[in-house]
Design a binder for this molecule. Structure first.
Ligand code: SF4
Length: 282
């Protein structure tokens, strides 16, 4: 991580921590590898199932959307910055008061990594933040880069069907990616790109305050959880991003390539539904 990116991430993280503490929340958080547990609270990391932090349910964001709040997603995408000439984006660290729409506008002007030079549109995310469930892929593909919307190609259509199979309307969950810009030729995100984009995702998740995150595919799971593990290992348990439960399942594109994986994916999405309902009921 570059010094600048690390500094931005740490400042944003500490601001978030301060707000949670001010709201009386019990907080456990990692800042640049340093764990900052609230007094008397067990440490949370990337535990597998059975080691959930005891205070996890107490750490909800008081500023999260109300249960019946309308969709936060703005249907009109903000203007894209020129490849090199746009004003530098405010980082989450520079403006902690940004709401999701303002954050999306800031991301649209972001020039923090070289992907600014090859993207057509940034792809911030879409869906209903108020439902507090977030699906995260690795990065936009060609169709997403052109449209500015996440998961709109064949893989996106399959994701819509998978969600519908357990009663989720696609527009009623929130979908985003680790990276907000498309890597050329859909290559895997580079470490520096993930680090540069991380503060945007972190702030996005802070605003949405999900009860459950679903990482779609190995690359998304590894980068979100900071674990260099196989998809098989990552699928095998419940993980944590701060205090938020994380499940890892197949990327829909993998299911298109290998339909034999669909049975396992079906079991995964049922677990997603079960854990989500548990969290919302709790
Ligand atoms: S990938 Fe992320 S950090 Fe890089 S230019 Fe796009 S929004 Fe900015």
């Amino acid at each position: 991580m570059t010094d600048k990116t690390e500094r931005e991430t740490v400042v944003a993280a500490r601001a978030w921590l301060a707000r949670r503490r001010a709201a009386g929340a019990a907080v456990v958080y990692r800042v640049a590898g340093e764990e900052i547990p609230a007094p008397g609270i067990a440490t949370a990391g990337n535990e597998q199932a059975g080691n959930a932090p005891a205070a996890r349910k107490e750490t909800r964001n008081a500023n999260a959307p109300a249960g019946n709040a309308p969709c936060i997603r703005r249907r009109t995408a903000p203007a894209q910055a020129g490849l090199f000439g746009g004003a530098p984006a405010a980082s989450p660290a520079e403006d902690d008061d940004m709401d999701l729409g303002e954050l999306e506008a800031a991301v649209a002007a972001c020039a923090k990594c070289a992907l600014r030079e090859t993207r057509t549109k940034t792809v911030f995310g879409a869906g209903n933040a108020a439902r507090r469930i977030v699906f995260i892929g690795e990065a936009p593909g060609r169709d997403e880069d052109l449209s500015g919307e996440p998961f709109v190609g064949r893989a996106g259509q399959l994701l819509t069907k998978i969600l519908a199979s357990v009663g989720f309307d696609r527009d009623d969950v929130y979908i985003t990616n680790i990276l907000k810009c498309r890597p050329p030729n859909n290559r895997d995100p580079l470490e520096g790109e993930v680090e540069a984009c991380e503060a945007w995702l972190r702030r996005q998740l802070e605003l949405i305050d999900p009860v459950l995150i679903v990482a779609l595919g190995r690359v998304a799971g590894q980068n979100l959880l900071k674990r260099n593990a196989s998809l098989k290992v990552l699928r095998g348990g419940v993980h944590y991003y701060d205090d938020i439960r994380v499940l890892v399942t197949y990327h829909p594109a993998a299911l298109l390539r290998n339909p034999n994986l669909k049975r396992a994916a079906w079991e995964d999405i049922q677990l997603v539904r079960k854990l989500y309902d548990e969290e919302m009921a709790g």
